[in-house]
Structure formats: structure tokens, C-alpha cells
Design a protein around this ligand. Structure first.
Ligand code: GAR
Length: 212
């Protein structure tokens, strides 16, 4: 893969966020990165009720909704999302709790410019309900991952991870409460580094990313 990240960094990186729910990761980006290294220029959702949309509107950011039932299939919906992102000259797409699977066409189009935040230490516990999966497995160390998105489910190259010891955790909500601020910080930090052009492929290893 070619180097990823912004070049030169003269103008702020144009970022779009796709979300399905609360949008606390979007809010972290709005509070911590927007207007500095990056500009959140668009927020899209599959769910018209997503509170993330209201957070975007409050910040004066354009929103769009792409409901599943408005399109014949995933490919058609993702083509519409892609066209909308391209219209707005988006340079980086952040999946921040976007819970719909994306088509291979979409991930190919945005390859190297598409990142996701996931509440586990990948490759453990990909997919939905990652925290519950980890609790069910009986792990004692939890964590979060920010990664590039490829055609698989949470299989893209890892950009950043953060782990936390929670040996006696029992409930999803208590783990979530600990992980949430960690993922907010990790996502903001990764987007800042991407915007500064500090994210690139390791020529010596096909999966490893170098993040300065
Ligand atoms: C976050 O915990 C994020 O890691 C998770 O959804 C939550 C969204 O929260 N994403 C996934 O599980 C993706 N597989 P938010 O809407 O408050 O940002």
C-alpha cells in the first residue's frame, strides 16, 4: 500500500465521520481535533435517529442519512455514501460506531483513507458486542484498537492500540465506562497523526503501519 495520511499538511485534513448511535467518538473529534489539525466536514449515519447527527448539527456540520431500506442493496447504499463523500472532497473517513458492514467496493475506493475504532484488542473479538465477547471469554486485559479498514470485519492494519487491566470486570457497562475515554483519546490522537502525515506503511512488513 502507498503511504497514507495527509501530505504537507498546509490546510486541515477534511474528515467525514460515519456513525450509527450516540456519537461520543464524534464528539471527542469535534472537541479535540476539529478546527485544528482536521476539519470534520460531514457526518453520515445509517440510522436517522442517531444522536450523533444532532451532535453534528449543533456543531454546524452537514449531515446525511443513508437508511438501509432506501437502497436495493449494500452496494447501492455504499455507492451513494461514497459519492457524497467525494462531493465534499473528504480525505479521511472515520467509522465511529458505524455498525453497518461496508461493501468491498467502498473499502477499495477508500483504502488507506478509512479508519475504524473498535472496543477490543484486535485481532481478538472482532464484530459486534466486542466487550461482551471478551467478558464471555474471560479475559483480564481489555482494550481498544484504531485500524485501517479493509474488506474484512475488523481485519485491517492496526494503527494504534491501548490496553487496560480489568481482572475482576463482570459487566459490559463497567468495561465500556473504562474503555470509552481511552478510545476517544486514541482516536483523536490517531487522526491528528494521520493529518500530520505521520502514518505510513512499513516497507519491510506487509501488515505493519508506522505511526510516528
Ligand atoms: C464505540 O465504543 C466503538 O468502539 C464501537 O461502537 C461504539 C460507538 O460509540 N464500535 C464498534 O463496536 C465497531 N465494531 P459512540 O457512538 O458513542 O461513538
Amino acid at each position: 500500500m502507498a503511504d497514507v495520511g495527509a501530505e504537507g499538511g498546509r490546510s486541515p485534513l477534511r474528515v467525514a465521520v460515519l456513525a450509527s448511535g450516540e456519537g461520543t467518538n464524534l464528539q471527542a473529534l469535534l472537541d479535540g481535533v476539529h478546527g485544528a489539525e482536521a476539519e470534520v466536514v460531514a457526518v453520515g449515519a445509517d440510522n436517522p435517529q442517531a444522536p450523533a447527527l444532532e451532535r453534528a448539527r449543533r456543531a454546524g456540520i452537514g449531515t446525511a442519512v443513508f437508511p438501509k431500506d432506501a437502497y436495493p442493496d449494500r452496494t447501492a447504499r455504499d455507492a451513494a455514501i461514497s459519492a457524497w463523500l467525494q462531493e465534499q472532497r473528504v480525505q479521511l473517513v472515520v467509522l465511529a460506531g458505524y455498525m453497518a458492514l461496508l461493501s468491498a467496493d467502498f473499502t477499495r475506493t477508500w483504502s488507506g483513507r478509512l479508519i475504524n475504532v473498535h472496543p477490543s484488542l484486535l485481532p481478538a473479538f472482532p464484530g459486534i458486542r466486542a466487550i461482551q465477547q471478551a467478558l464471555d471469554y474471560g479475559v483480564r486485559v481489555f482494550g481498544v484498537t484504531v485500524h485501517l479498514v479493509d474488506a474484512g470485519v475488523d481485519t485491517g492494519q492496526i494503527l494504534a492500540q491501548c490496553a487496560v487491566d480489568l481482572p475482576s470486570a463482570r459487566h459490559e457497562s463497567e468495561v465500556h465506562a473504562v474503555l470509552q475515554p481511552l478510545e476517544h483519546a486514541l482516536l483523536c490522537d490517531t487522526v491528528r497523526r494521520y493529518a500530520r502525515g505521520q502514518v505510513r506503511s512499513d516497507p519491510e512488513h506487509p501488515r505493519r503501519m508506522l505511526v510516528d
